[in-house]
Design a binder for this molecule. Structure first.
Ligand code: BGP
Length: 473
C-alpha cells in the first residue's frame, strides 16, 4: 500500500523546459553557450524556447492539477537569480519562481525544488573553471542561501544537486556536456567538489533552521554480474566500489568505499581530499533528510581486462542498436542483457532493477527515499489528434509496481516523480526523444499541448493512490 500522503509527482529542469533564455535579466549559463557550439547537441537543438514554460507555467500547472499531481519537481536556473553567479540578485528571477511556487500551492501541488540541474553560470566557469575549483563551494552555498531566504517559507522539499555523477561524467570524462573535457582524475575531483557543495548547503539549511527536508538526487543503476563466473562477479563488485556505492557513500555516509578509493589512489585517479573535508561530508550525510534517486536502467557487468574496452559515447540518435560497448579497463564493462528489452536509445528497461536499487539503498543508508526521476524516452506519433503511448503506460505501470514491491520490503519511499510532465528538451537528444504525459508540437510556434493516453493513466493511478496498478497485477 502506498502511504496516504504519498507524493505522486512529475519532474522537469529549468534549461529543458523554461525557454526565455535571455529574458528579464537572466545571465548566460554554460548550457546557453554549449548548445551554440556546432556538433554538441542532436541537430543543434537548444533550450532557447524549449516548452516556453517561463510563459506557459500557468497552463502547465493547470494541466498538472487536472491530472491530480501531488508534487511538481522543478529546478531553479541559477542565472535567473544571480546572473553572474554571485553578487547582485535579479528580482525578476525571484518573481518568476515565486509565481510558479504560488501557482502550485494555489492548486494544492507541493513544490519540490532542485537548486542545481546543470546550468552553471558561465561567469563562474570563465572565472575559475566552475566545478574544478573549490571556490564553487562558497558561491553555491551563497546561491542556495538566496533560494532558502526567498522560497523556504513555502517550499518544503529541496534537492541540492541533480545527478552530480552524470554531469561530472559527461562533462569531465566523456566530453559530451560542458566543459567538454576528458580526464578521469578530473572527473573524480569535480565529483568530490559536488559532494562538498551538497554537505555545505545541507549544513547551512540546518544551521539556519529553515523548515522542510533536504537531500540530493543521484542517478542510480544497480548492477548484475553478466554470468556466475568469478570474473564477472568480481567486475560487478568493482562497479559498486567505484560507481554505485562510490557515488552514494560520499553523499550519504560521508566516506568513500575503502577498496574503491584505494584502487583509484593506486591508479593516480583519486581526488585530493583536504583536511576537514571528511568532517564536513559526514555532517552533510548525517543531516540529509532523504536520498533522491533517478532510476532509468540497471547495468549488467562483465570482466574487462586492463587492455579492455574504454568508455564510449552514448546513443544520441535514437537509432536502436547503435551504441557501442563501454567500460573501464581493469574494472568492468557494461554488456547487453539478453533477458531484457531496450529502448530506441538503447536504454535497458528493467523494473526489477528499481526494486533492487531501492532495497539496496534503503539497507545501506537507512534514510527515506524519493524517486526524483523515472520514465521512458520514446518517439510518439499523433494519430487523429491522439497519442496512444501504451508503451509508456506499460513502462510506468511496471515501475510503479516495482516501487510497491520495495515498500513491501520496508523501503520508506516518500515520492515518485516521473520524468517528465510535458515533453521537453532532451539535453543531447533534441526534441524527438519524448518523455511527457503532455505532447508538445515543437514545430508549431504556438507550442500546442496535447494530453497523451499516459496522462489519463497516471491520473487514475493518483486518484486511486496506486491501487489501479496493483489491481491489474
Ligand atoms: C536525467 C536528467 C534529466 C533528463 C533525463 C533523461 O539524467 O536528470 O535532466 O534529461 O535524464 O535523459 P535524456 O534526456 O538524456 O534521455
Amino acid at each position: 500500500m502506498f502511504n496516504k500522503d504519498f507524493l505522486w509527482g512529475s519532474a522537469s529542469a529549468a534549461y529543458q523546459v523554461e525557454g526565455a533564455y535571455n529574458l528579464d535579466g537572466k545571465g548566460v549559463s554554460i548550457w546557453d553557450e554549449w548548445v551554440r557550439i556546432p556538433g554538441k547537441t542532436f541537430e543543434g537543438t537548444n533550450g532557447d524556447v524549449a516548452a516556453d514554460h517561463y510563459h506557459r507555467y500557468k497552463e502547465d500547472i493547470a494541466l498538472m492539477s487536472e491530472q491530480g499531481l501531488k508534487t511538481y519537481r522543478f529546478s531553479i536556473a541559477w542565472t535567473r537569480i544571480l546572473p553572474q553567479g554571485r553578487g547582485e540578485v535579479n528580482q525578476l528571477g525571484i518573481d518568476f519562481y515565486n509565481r510558479v511556487i504560488d501557482e502550485c500551492l494555489k492548486v494544492g501541488i507541493e513544490p519540490m525544488v532542485t537548486i542545481y540541474h546543470w546550468d552553471l553560470p558561465k561567469a563562474l566557469q570563465d572565472e575559475y573553471a566552475g566545478w574544478e575549483s573549490r571556490r564553487i563551494i562558497e558561491d553555491f552555498t551563497e546561491y542556495a542561501r538566496v533560494c532558502f531566504e526567498n522560497f523556504s517559507d513555502r517550499v518544503k522539499y529541496w534537492i541540492v544537486l541533480n545527478e552530480p555523477n552524470i554531469f561530472t561524467e559527461l562533462g569531465y570524462l566523456l566530453a559530451m556536456h560542458p566543459p567538454g573535457k576528458s580526464d578521469m582524475k578530473l572527473k573524480f575531483q569535480t565529483y568530490h567538489h559536488t559532494a562538498l557543495v551538497h554537505a555545505s548547503v545541507v549544513k547551512l539549511f540546518k544551521e539556519n533552521g529553515y523548515p522542510g527536508q533536504i537531500g540530493s538526487s543521484i542517478a542510480y543503476s544497480n548492477g548484475y554480474p553478466a554470468s556466475d563466473s568469478e570474473e564477472d562477479i568480481e567486475a560487478c563488485r568493482r562497479y559498486y566500489e567505484t560507481v554505485s556505492h562510490y557515488n552514494m557513500d560520499i553523499y550519504f555516509k560521508g566516506e568513500y568505499p575503502k577498496w574503491g578509493l584505494s584502487y583509484l589512489r593506486n591508479a593516480g585517479l583519486a581526488p585530493d581530499i583536504l583536511e576537514g573535508d571528511i568532517e564536513l561530508l559526514r555532517e552533510g550525510a548525517l543531516h540529509s533528510d532523504f536520498i533522491g534517486i533517478n532510476y532509468y536502467q540497471s547495468n549488467t557487468l562483465a570482466y574487462n581486462p586492463v587492455d579492455g574496452v574504454g568508455l564510449n559515447k552514448l546513443n544520441t540518435t535514437g537509432k536502436k542498436g547503435t551504441s557501442m560497448e563501454s567500460g573501464v579497463p581493469g574494472l568492468f564493462k557494461m554488456v547487453q542483457n539478453p533477458e531484457l528489452e531496450y529502448t530506441d536509445w538503447d536504454w535497458v528497461i528493467d523494473p526489477h532493477g528499481l526494486t533492487q536499487s531501492l532495497i539496496e539503498i534503503h539497507e545501506r543508508y537507512s534514510k527515506p527515499l524519493i524517486i526524483s526521476e523515472n520514465g521512458l524516452g520514446a518517439y510518439d506519433v499523433v494519430e487523429d489528434g491522439r497519442i496512444h503511448d501504451g508503451y509508456r503506460i506499460d513502462y510506468l505501470k511496471k515501475h510503479i509496481l516495482a516501487c510497491y514491491f520495495a515498500i513491501q520490503e520496508g523501503v520508506d519511499l516518500l515520492a515518485y516523480c516521473t520524468w517528465s510532465f510535458t515533453d521537453i528538451l532532451s539535453w543531447l537528444n533534441g526534441y524527438q526523444k519524448r518523455y511527457g504525459f503532455v505532447h508538445i508540437d515543437f514545430e508549431d510556434d504556438r507550442l500546442p499541448r496535447l494530453k497523451k493516453d499516459s496522462f489519463y493513466f497516471y491520473q487514475g493511478v493518483i486518484e486511486s493512490n496506486g491501487e489501479s496498478v496493483l489491481k491489474e497485477d
